[in-house]
Ligand binder design. Structure first.
Ligand SMILES: CC(=O)N[C@H]1[C@@H](OP(=O)(O)O)O[C@H](CO)[C@@H](O)[C@@H]1O
Ligand SMILES: [Mg+2]
Length: 554
């Protein structure tokens, strides 16, 4: 008789992690994310769900990442990763929410049984999961809860220890689809295959070109610091004169430092460098976030102005380079770009009008961008905040990797494209892979940051948070650019927007924080700030603002 789930074992282990009655959990854009102390029961149950998903998918490894990315150090979170390294399938997000909210152990068992029957899961199959965490102090305790969940569902778990989120995504794919050497721990192997792959591809992508000036990388005092250090050493071993990086904010030991006044989110939101980084004119710098899946670049120009090269600029740089190679190689491959409403209006205009790319706008959250990008032969997607990657379809890969008689120039372009397909982490946006991608393009083009920045000029923009009593009352449509509810609010926003030249503003509830976000852009900084302030004030006054009313920008 086929083995069935061991309800007693589940109940016994679950008793260690009772659900907090008052909390309603939701698997949102970033999985589950909140104060770490509320997460033990959730993470225990995520272990169970991963086991079920693995059984459903022929015992393939399911990935689990424990991280809260750019959130404050006291927060934590968890995300599930599907076998090919992509984000969890949508239907299973709702199972995750149902499991997390089961109030009693009996209810938990019922949800498990219902997932099993709805999916026709063979309970006797082997279940395999692979998991990692970032550097947060709450990580070890949550990993212990996860391991109990894995045990409860009788799955086999591979612990990768401390990794970046994209490393976990890549290694989940690797375990399922690449040949795995038998010796050595998975923890070490995950680092080795990652460093080897990306350092070699970088070497290939830069070719014989001259290196550029040194670059400072702010690692947000997170996991990106040790991993980038190792990766840079691997690159050095292949070519010690091509990439000189100085890592700052690399303290992963001192409490309270993670993401504090540093990191990609701080820099992008504040449009200023991390604290304690005094940039000389045109000194190149970049910031990662706490789990190293996002990156933004920046410098200060002659008159002291801070210049941010965000996800939109990364998309423009990479799409522009790729299309040039595709054209030189005379390949019949379409390249499209996917953005969200937060993309700067100038970037969309540049991509559509000057580079003639098809550009789509989708709701916030990488999964939406990723899915849309899969519709192109080559899909370039980046959120403005610096999270993104490039996807090469199998059609594109076949054409890039096929043999044929070619001119020397075409051959060179093909080789570069091949190198890019290896250099880009196609499972998910990856700050370290994106850093190398940008660096290799700039090296090929011999471009300074200033030159890169000059491809188009960002419209002044502003992102504001408004705290309201209930953000769930905000409902949007049109890829989140239009409010449907609260009733009548969109018309009022439209009236404000119409008062500003090139004005654009939209309002949506955050999926990761208990706030409503207001975005505004206009042709001048003054207009933009005024528009953002007015829309934020409108939201506060008309939709249950609490705490302080948004203040004007100084
Ligand atoms: C404006 C903004 O940057 N929003 C971020 C943020 O989502 P919100 O739903 O806006 O809280 O976190 C997401 C997950 O990291 C990221 O995908 C998204 O881009
Ligand atoms: Mg992140």
């Amino acid at each position: 008789m086929a083995q069935t789930i061991d309800c007693d074992k589940i109940k016994e282990l679950s008793a260690k992690y009772p659900k907090l009655k008052e909390i309603n959990y939701t698997y949102g854009t970033a999985g589950f994310r909140m104060k770490a102390e509320y997460l033990e029961s959730v993470i225990f149950r995520v272990g169970i769900l991963a086991g079920l998903r693995s059984r459903k998918l022929d015992s393939k490894f399911i990935g689990i990442m424990v991280t809260a990315s750019h959130n404050p150090e006291a927060d934590n979170g968890v995300k599930l990763v599907d076998p090919s390294g992509e984000m969890l399938e949508q239907q299973w997000e709702s199972y995750a929410t149902q499991l997390a909210n089961a109030q009693s152990d009996d209810e938990l068992i019922n949800v498990i049984k219902s997932v099993i029957s709805q999916n026709g899961i063979d309970e006797s199959k082997k279940a395999s999961v692979v998991y990692a965490r970032d550097t947060r102090p709450s990580g070890p305790k949550l990993i212990a809860a996860l391991e109990d969940g894995i045990k409860a569902i009788s799955a086999v778990g591979e612990n990768l220890g401390i990794k970046t989120t994209p490393q976990l995504h890549y290694f989940t794919y690797y375990l399922n689809y690449c040949e795995k050497p038998t010796e050595g721990s998975c923890d070490e192997l995950a680092d080795k295959v990652y460093y080897e792959k990306f350092s070699k591809a970088f070497q290939k992508a830069v070719g014989d070109n001259q290196r550029l000036s040194d670059i400072y990388v702010d690692a947000a005092n997170g996991v990106g610091a040790p991993k980038l250090k190792d990766l840079a050493q691997w690159i050095d071993k292949l070519n010690d004169n091509i990439f000189k990086v100085t890592i700052i904010n690399d303290d992963t030991d001192t409490r309270g430092k993670l993401n504090f006044q540093c990191g990609a989110d701080y820099v992008k939101t504040g449009q200023k460098p991390p604290l304690a980084l005094n940039l000389a004119c045109e000194q190149r710098a970049a910031s990662l976030d706490g789990d190293a899946d996002r990156i933004v670049f920046y410098y200060v120009d002659e008159d002291g102005t801070f210049r941010l090269l965000d996800g939109d600029k990364i998309a423009a740089l990479s799409a522009g380079f790729i299309i040039e190679l595709v054209k030189t190689a005379c390949l019949d491959i379409s390249v499209g770009v996917v953005q969200t409403a937060y993309a700067n209006g100038s970037s969309t205009a540049y991509l559509e009008r000057e580079l003639a790319f098809p550009v789509s706008c989708v709701p916030t959250g990488v999964k939406h961008l990723h899915h849309k990008a899969q519709e192109y032969d080559v899909g370039v997607y980046f959120e403005a905040n610096g999270h993104g990657t490039v996807l090469f379809s199998s059609k594109a890969l076949d054409k890039i990797n096929s043999d044929g008689s070619r001119t020397t120039e075409q051959e060179k372009a093909i080789k570069k494209l091949q190198a890019l397909t290896e250099l880009i982490n196609q499972t998910v946006g990856d700050a370290l892979s994106d850093l190398l991608l940008v660096e290799s393009i700039l090296i090929n083009r011999q471009w300074t940051f200033k030159k890169w920045n000059s491809v188009y000029t960002d419209k002044p923009n502003r992102l504001v948070k408004v705290v309201v009593a209930d953000r769930q009352i905000f409902k949007t449509t049109n890829a989140e650019r239009t409010l449907v509810e609260p009733n009548g609010l969109q018309e009022k926003i439209d009236k404000l927007v119409a008062q500003y030249k090139d004005g654009r503003s939209f309002v949506r509830p955050s999926g990761t924080e208990d706030v409503v976000r207001v975005y505004a852009e206009a042709s001048t900084r003054e207009d933009c700030d005024q528009l953002a302030f007015k829309v934020a004030g409108l939201v506060y006054d008309e939709a249950g603002g609490t705490g302080g009313r948004p203040s004007e920008f100084l």
